[in-house]
Design a binder for this molecule. Structure first.
Ligand code: 5AD
Ligand code: SF4
Length: 517
């Protein structure tokens, strides 16, 4: 392949990314990148493979999806096998210590591929943003470090590595928000594309966070809140539905903060009805909400918008007002409980999940008791619980009254045991009920089963053919487990005759294709 390299010219003034210095030369590189195709059309057809390993939150999963869309135009197709990849990218998370450590073990796993096949290896995401050049220094076989705002530059950076063998690091912040620009999926996905079987998709509507909770690294690695225009979001959702996507999950570190700084005056509760109107779309979800910013309009949306699913993820972090204050969360236990009451009042069937941290500095037994009390009062459908993990650069990392590791672990185990029981009871309440399930694919447990989710986001496994994927199916829940439900399809004739659900394994001969709603 023909490669031409232009040395880096510093030019910030004309940059569309103020404060970043790549624009002019990257543009030139971009233009030149088309030369080989003019000279040798086969080069355009030369397919390469990218393998991406994703850690952390849904935002990272979405970024991975965008990276794949972006790399398609550079002829990179996704592979699920790192051994056949030309480019391996680790998309990282630094929200706690544990996921951060995974980066180094992942890199260690792929070192031999670099040595034997010359595979290009890169790190993206929050650890890349946080560590920058330090990562390149620490890992000699690493080729590329790409920060959270630099994703759109990936094809150019990759080309630079391919052509010059130079190691690259781009971690500048982009206050203009160009990093959020739409990267649409291709209209007609090619065979081998991961998108052929996509039923649901994430769509980022905003990124970054202005809350600066004292324990949290996110504002430092994702930057300040920045929203995408409603036009771009709607265009993306429409394109996804054209491609068969039935459910979107709108993403942001604080979706309730949507609209801040946009030219159009639009808040999150006003964006939702516009998405609700999109034809072909069946379900809308969003995450994450901050309790302090959860408006009455948004609560009302749960009864007004037919496509908005009955589920909210509303992290509370602690049940103790003293700890909430030290965390800089901006609400109390009581005001959190009031919001939950409002949500349940407006939408009685709403499922509520949350995040909680145990062992925050200064957390005493009585504070922990308050957290357990909140668990019992709300009775969450599910809970994501974490031991406090000090993050360099955050305020809480300076707090002195640290909780011993052993105490943290004990509290975590107690809390998880209590929640396990609540989750199971909540699932058992669904036994015998018929729920609408969006079928997502083959179940991991059995080749004869498919798997999907209810509107309340519960996983349901049931016997069924792959032709059900992407369909909304009525399923009677027959058995509840701690992490999933088992069910049976309710056949059409049962529904037409208003008969109780058929439990006869369908010896009536009705085919799966006839039982869709
Ligand atoms: N330590 C432990 N848990 C944390 N989280 C965020 N920062 C930390 C930290 N330093 C948890 C919060 C947040 C979730 C994504 O991760 O519960 O909601
Ligand atoms: Fe982190 Fe708090 Fe922002 Fe959530 S709201 S991303 S916990 S700073």
């Amino acid at each position: 392949m023909l490669c031409i390299w232009i040395p880096r010219i510093k030019c910030g003034a004309s940059s569309a990314f103020p404060g970043m210095t790549f624009q002019v030369n990257e543009f030139l590189i971009h233009c030149i990148s088309y030369l080989p195709s003019v000279i040798s059309p086969q080069n355009m057809l030369m397919e390469k493979r990218v393998y991406i390993e994703t850690y952390g939150c849904q935002m990272n999963e979405y970024d991975t999806e965008r990276i794949l869309r972006l790399l398609e135009s550079s002829n990179y197709l996704e592979t699920k096998d790192a051994k056949e990849a030309d480019f391996i990218l680790i998309n990282t998370c630094s929200v706690r210590e544990k996921p951060e450590h995974k980066v180094y073990s992942a890199l260690g796993r792929y070192q031999w591929l670099k040595e034997e096949r010359g595979t290009i290896i890169g790190v993206a995401g929050c650890v890349a943003q946080q560590e920058g050049d330090r990562l390149l220094n620490r890992v000699p076989y690493l080729d590329m470090v790409i920060g959270t705002h630099a994703i759109p530059m990936l094809p150019q950076l990759l080309q630079k590595v391919e052509c010059s063998g130079q190691r690259v690091c781009e971690t500048g912040f982009d206050p203009e928000g160009n990093y959020l620009k739409t990267i649409l999926p291709q209209k007609s996905p090619v065979v081998g594309s991961i998108r052929l079987d996509k039923v649901k998709s994430y769509v980022t509507i905003m990124q970054g966070c202005d809350h600066f909770c004292s324990y949290c690294i996110v504002p430092y690695v994702r930057g300040r809140e920045k929203s995408r225009s409603s036009g771009e979001i709607i265009e993306e959702v429409k394109r996804l539905t054209e491609m068969g996507v039935k459910e979107v999950c709108l993403l942001g570190q604080n979706v309730n903060g949507y609209g801040k700084g946009l030219e159009e005056e639009l808040r999150f509760a006003e964006l939702l009805p516009r998405i609700n109107e999109i034809e072909g779309l069946h379900r809308i979800r969003f995450t994450t909400s901050h309790p302090a910013d959860l408006s009455e309009e948004l609560i009302q949306a749960f009864s007004r918008l037919s496509k908005l699913c009955e589920h909210i993820h509303l992290p509370f972090q602690s049940g103790s007002d003293r700890i909430l204050k030290a965390m800089h969360r901006g609400y109390t236990k009581e005001s959190y409980l009031e919001k939950i009451d409002r949500l349940k009042g407006v939408c009685p069937s709403i499922a509520v999940t949350a995040d909680v941290i145990v062992g925050f500095p200064g957390e005493e037994e009585r504070d922990f008791e308050e957290t357990l009390d909140l668990l019992q009062k709300v009775r969450f459908d599910d809970l994501f619980s974490f031991k406090y993990s000090p993050r360099k650069g955050t305020r809480a990392a300076q707090f002195e009254d640290k909780v011993e590791e052993k105490v943290k672990q004990e509290r975590l185990s107690i809390l998880q045991e209590i929640q396990k029981e609540i989750t199971l009871q909540k699932n058992q309440e669904l036994e015998g009920r018929v729920k609408e399930v969006l079928v997502e694919g083959r179940s991991k447990q059995s080749d004869r089963d498919v798997t999907g989710r209810t509107r309340s986001n519960k996983v349901v496994n049931f016997k069924g053919d792959l032709e059900l994927v992407g369909k909304l199916v009525p399923v009677q829940i027959t058995k509840a487990y701690p992490h999933s439900l088992r069910g049976e399809i309710v056949p059409t004739h049962c529904r037409l005759q208003n008969a109780p659900a058929c439990r006869t394994d369908r010896d009536c001969g009705i085919k799966d294709s006839e039982i869709l709603i």
